[in-house]
Ligand binder design. Sequence first.
Ligand code: UDP
Length: 192
Amino acid sequence: NNRINILGTEFDNFTEEEFHQLLKTDLSQHANKFIVTPNPEIVLSARENTRFSNIVNNADYVIPDGIGIIKGANMLDTPMHERLTGFDTLMFLIKQANEQHAKVYLLGAKPEVINASVARIKREFPKIDLVGYHDGYFKDDQKIADDIIEKNPDIVLVALGSPKQEFFINQYRDQCDAIWIGVGGSFDVFSG
Ligand code: UDP
């Protein structure tokens, strides 16, 4: 799968069906994967931050979140299949986790948002094994990472905003085989 370069960010060009199939398999294999879903704002900020840009481009899946990316690809004469949002990916992973009885860890957002997100998971996706969660306002990264590593989840959903969430995932993913994804403000939506 050749990546498509939009202003320095190298996107995978999957159909939603292809991408979801890959995630389904990854989950069943307890694979270690890092998903980033850059929107135009993130593409622009990556241009000004080499460390961030390298982390994004070295992720396993780089997914175009936003119609602006698809339009950019068309203008550059390298059209892409479709927009695949971080929120839709979050919802797919949660549904799959429920079907596969997978272990999930939630990290990020405000305390009331994470609590409401946990409540929704317990209510609507009861077969998920919710192994841990924490809000996104903490001082000691290592302590949070140690908790994640100890709980050994299949999926770690990280909602700290960009680039914070990608830096966090990049720092700790090697110590815990899981599907790691930065989901930005998605918990604020998911929590209702
Ligand atoms: N957030 C957090 N800790 C922080 C900063 C932000 O948990 O130190 C959360 C914030 O509560 C929100 C999410 O990160 O739920 C994403 O924020 P934003 O919408 O600014 O990020 P984007 O979606 O644009 O990446």
